[in-house]
Write a protein that binds this ligand. Structure first.
Ligand code: G3P
Length: 216
């Protein structure tokens, strides 16, 4: 399972990228809105893309197909490697199909059921983003939704890649990997939590303490 950082904060993204295990970045309007409003979005997105160099998903805000396609054209002028993130609404499915027919990568977002993911895949989605945390937030078993999705993918041999999104904890990360998601897009904080372990810290401290006794 590949790991993306789910953020629009350049400092977070640059640090995560420097650790060498991040393959991409996903953004969305809410993540972008958390950043300095004086920063030009195009410049921020380009700096984000340069920081990681791999997958960069940029979400459209239009809710009509033509508007989505116009935004996609603009984003692709910023950088041709962009993946266009599109919400799972009927107009979005039409846009996904049109972009797929032009071999433009899409990431269909705001998916909460395996059936939605299946439909998005049939529309030609390159990536399907299944939200975990928001399901858990309303008492729905997100892992069941992910397991159902992965089971359908295995049974049907679908080509779209499953992105586990809305990740809230390191346990989510573990569950997504075990379930078979292709990618997890993870908030910086959860990535850092997943790296840290008290026994690792204690073990290193002990090694370093003992190393002082060695004649090097
Ligand atoms: O990529 C989608 C993700 O950013 C949503 O996360 O925590 O707002 O549900 P969250």
């Amino acid at each position: 399972m590949q790991l993306y950082v789910d953020s629009a904060n350049l400092t977070e993204i640059q640090h995560a990228a420097s650790l060498g295990f991040i393959s991409g970045v996903t953004t969305n309007p809410s993540l972008l809105a958390k950043e300095d409003p004086s920063i030009d979005i195009r410049s921020l997105i380009l700096d984000i893309h340069k920081s990681v160099g791999g997958h960069t998903s940029v979400e459209v805000i239009s809710t009509e197909t033509d508007g989505m396609l116009r935004e996609a054209d603009e984003i692709l002028k910023w950088f041709p490697e962009a993946t266009i993130k599109i919400p799972f609404i009927p107009a979005g499915l039409t846009a996904v199909r049109k972009l797929a027919d032009q071999n433009i990568p899409t990431n269909v977002t705001l998916l909460f059921t395996a059936t939605q993911a299946l439909i998005a895949a049939n529309a030609g989605a390159t990536y399907v983003s299944l939200f975990m945390g928001r399901l858990d937030d309303i008492g729905t078993d997100s892992l069941q939704a992910l397991n159902d999705t992965c089971e359908i993918w295995d049974t049907q041999g679908l080509e779209s890649l499953i992105i586990a999104a809305s990740i809230r904890t390191p346990i989510h990360l573990l569950e997504c990997a075990k379930a078979g998601a292709h990618i997890a897009t993870v908030p910086y904080k959860v990535l850092m939590q997943s790296i840290k372990h008290p026994l690792t810290d204690a073990g290193l401290a002990s090694f370093l303490k003992d190393a002082t006794k060695l004649k090097m």
